[in-house]
Design a protein around this ligand. Structure first.
Ligand SMILES: *[C@@H]1O[C@H](CO)[C@@H](O)[C@H](O)[C@H]1NC(C)=O
Ligand SMILES: *[C@@H]1O[C@H](CO)[C@@H](O)[C@H](O)[C@H]1NC(C)=O
Ligand SMILES: *[C@@H]1O[C@H](CO)[C@@H](O)[C@H](O)[C@H]1NC(C)=O
Ligand SMILES: *[C@@H]1O[C@H](CO)[C@@H](O)[C@H](O)[C@H]1NC(C)=O
Ligand SMILES: *[C@@H]1O[C@H](CO)[C@@H](O)[C@H](O)[C@H]1NC(C)=O
Ligand SMILES: *[C@@H]1O[C@H](CO)[C@@H](O)[C@H](O)[C@H]1NC(C)=O
Length: 638
């Protein structure tokens, strides 16, 4: 593949230069962004291919085909739109294979008529994300406040999508996000309401809730982005990688899933390496650098195996080490955030391995549906090495439970975050959002319509392949899943509390595990310190001295008694172990220090208390033992 494409090398180089110049101009002006630029997502920005950077100037209005549904109420099966892409517009790049061999589109979301009618529970967060505008709605004025933060504006009007771009984001995130929206309209044609939304394609949330408290702020700017956190009001939307991450050769989600499922079959759980695996770029966040300290070394084995992914080498070698499907070889896989949330999450989760989730600060649209100990194992951010070591120890001593957590996490990702549900999430989010709009959406000056053809036809290389692979060929045969009801304040509190409790539970186990280690250390500390021979002699000295003080008689040497001294005892013993031990324990010269001082005697209740304390600790441990066996008996009976 690489060789076949080599003729485009010059083209790519040109682009490389252009793009890195562009990046460096930005970086010098913004220190904060400089770090952002260093993110994993960015490492490859220098490899951005020519394909889509300039697609805006290549709109081909003649490719618009077929009548479109124009109202939002029609539910009749809509007319199937025929596209030139990828078949007939492949003049420029015909050498890349656009569709799968048999001509069918394997990546079309599967229609499954037995799909449960209610959406997965993480859809309920849509209401929470839109809550800040529930009273005020989104007026034109409120919307335009988001303009300065946005990379682009999406307008959906009469079933068509238009875009107006403001700034260029990292790599081609915007392209694949827009592609996803165009495909959504293909999947549910004529069913999306008119709307205008503003999208910020950078990593970190920007709408701080603290800035929008009180009466003087009628409504925060509604900014759509890929992730948010508890201190922000950004609205989360599925990220571009569901349609592919061309710069890193990460295929569209539906296709990645198939590959990872194959990879899963290659190594059965029993045969997987019983350590925690991570592979990634540590330079994007301090917490990742911190993680690397947990790698196995001569001094310490934290039960981890960590590797740095060097994307530049990966690129040169055709991504052979970063293939996701080849990374399902360990029983435990670590998920850790990068500059913000990390796209790697879903691929890690899909491996059937137990995910060790280093406490995240950001959330994307899917993570909020996951529960500790059901879908993943929570890891402390502070003290992560100890936490990881314990997690792996727990997993290796509770193999069935660990395996179940791994499988349940994967099932969640495969089934509840399937492409169908990704489209459903987008659909419902946009629908609920549109209900809040207090103005009639308009197409602003300079906006362009985007379609499958207008985006796909000019695309080249992997960009084009991924578009072809993630293209929706025909509308869904089923309606979107039904939105669940919003959380009541009490339900929401309970959900959060339950998660916090489960995380706390794991932390308690961890503390107990390390307590066991401390007891061991304290025990040997006691012996090593207080059972030195010096103290044994001191003890003998003091007890004999105290005993001697009690003598109410004259001490006499009885008949037949013999004086003993080292010579008389040792000299007759000729060699052997006995002689050896005598030699080894012979005192050669008197102590030059006095004996230690005896502490004062126990007071009456002091001794009683000491013994009672010992007893009660013993009772407590006995209780734990009984509880443990009752549990075991119960689970045996079931
Ligand atoms: C593209 O390739 C297909 C099959 O490989 C071929 O049938 C078609 O004619 C080619 N199109 C052009 C414009 O070269
Ligand atoms: C459809 O969904 C059901 C339940 O969700 C599942 O058991 C079944 O395997 C799915 N069928 C197909 C063809 O995907
Ligand atoms: C972690 O340790 C393994 C095993 O010694 C080694 O192969 C790997 O390169 C180390 N990773 C890093 C990032 O140093
Ligand atoms: C969480 O733990 C607290 C204290 O142990 C308990 O009172 C509460 O009911 C738990 N909440 C949930 C939702 O499990
Ligand atoms: C171990 O020893 C230290 C210091 O003597 C003490 O503070 C700690 O409580 C002991 N740990 C346990 C588990 O008894
Ligand atoms: C568990 O079951 C065994 C045999 O069935 C019984 O002897 C034992 O007392 C039980 N232990 C507890 C703690 O219930």
């Amino acid at each position: 593949m690489a060789q076949r494409k080599s003729t485009k090398g010059n083209n790519r180089d040109t682009q490389t230069n252009t793009h890195s110049n562009h990046a460096s101009i930005k970086t010098s002006s913004h220190q904060g962004k400089r770090i952002a630029k260093a993110t994993l997502l960015l490492v490859l920005s220098i490899f951005v291919s020519a394909g889509l950077l300039s697609f805006l100037c290549c709109f081909d209005y003649t490719t618009l085909t077929g009548p479109r549904q124009v109202t939002t109420t029609i539910t009749k099966p809509p007319i199937i739109t025929l596209h030139r892409f990828p078949r007939q517009c492949g003049v420029v790049q015909n050498q890349t294979q656009p569709v799968s061999e048999d001509g069918t589109n394997k990546n079309k979301p599967r229609s499954n008529h037995s799909r449960p009618p209610t959406c997965p529970s993480y859809f309920r967060w849509i209401y929470e994300d839109l809550r800040p505008w529930r009273e005020t709605g989104v007026t034109r004025e409120i919307l335009e406040k988001a303009r300065s933060k946005a990379h682009f504006r999406v307008i959906i009007l009469d079933g068509r999508v238009y875009v107006k771009k403001y700034r260029r984001p990292i790599e081609t995130r915007d392209t694949f996000t827009l592609w996803g929206i165009v495909q959504l309209l293909q999947w549910y044609p004529g069913r999306l309401p008119d709307l205008e939304l503003l999208f910020d394609a950078d990593d970190r949330p920007t709408v701080r809730s603290i800035d929008y408290r009180g009466q003087q702020h009628p409504g925060p700017p509604p900014v759509f982005r890929y992730c948010s956190n508890d201190a922000s009001l950004d609205i989360v939307f599925p990220d571009w990688s569901f349609w592919g991450w061309a710069e890193l050769n990460i295929k569209p989600w539906a296709k990645s899933l198939v590959a990872i499922e194959e990879g899963n079959k290659m190594t059965q759980w029993e045969d997987r390496v019983p350590y925690a695996y991570w592979r990634g770029n540590p330079n994007v966040a301090r917490t990742r650098k911190d993680l690397l300290r947990c790698n196995v070394s001569d001094q310490e084995d934290w039960n981890t195996r960590l590797y740095i992914n060097d994307w530049a080498t990966e690129f040169k070698e055709g991504f052979k080490n970063s293939n996701l499907e080849n990374q399902c070889t360990h029983r435990y896989k670590i998920y850790i955030e990068g500059w913000a949330w990390s796209v790697s999450e879903k691929y890690i989760m899909a491996c059937d391995s137990m995910t060790l989730n280093v406490r995240p600060t950001y959330y994307d649209f899917l993570i909020r549906g996951m529960v500790p100990l059901q879908h993943y194992w929570p890891i402390r951010d502070l003290g992560k090495c100890r936490s990881l070591k314990h997690a792996v120890h727990w997993g290796n001593t509770h193999v069935d439970q660990a395996r179940k957590i791994g499988e349940e996490g994967s099932r969640y990702i495969r089934e509840e975050v399937s492409m169908e549900y990704v489209y459903d999430y987008m659909f419902h989010l946009m629908n609920e959002y549109a209900k809040l709009l207090k103005f009639k959406p308009e197409i602003p000056l300079g906006a362009k319509e985007i379609t499958t053809d207008s985006m796909g036809c000019p695309a080249k290389g992997r960009w084009r392949d991924f578009m072809a692979e993630s293209m929706v060929m025909s509308p869904s045969e089923v309606s979107p899943c039904e939105m669940p009801l919003p959380y009541s304040p009490m339900e929401l509190r309970e959900v959060l509390e339950r998660k916090a409790n489960l995380t706390r539970q794991v932390e308690v186990w961890e503390d107990q595990y390390y307590q066991a280690k401390t007891i061991g250390r304290n025990g040997s500390g006691y012996v090593l310190k207080y059972l030195q021979m010096k103290y044994v002699y001191d003890y003998m000295f003091h007890i004999l001295q105290s005993y001697g003080k009690l003598m109410k008689m004259n001490v006499e040497v009885p008949e037949g008694a013999k004086e003993v001294c080292p010579e008389t005892m040792a000299c007759p013993v000729k060699g052997g172990r006995m002689r050896q031990y005598m030699d080894d324990s012979l005192i050669l010269s008197p102590s030059n220090k006095g004996s230690c001082e005896t502490p004062p005697p126990f007071e009456d209740d002091e001794l009683k208390k000491f013994l009672e304390k010992k007893k009660s600790v013993e009772k407590e441990v006995e209780k734990w033992t009984n509880e443990y066996w009752e549990e075991q008996n119960k689970s045996l009976q079931h």
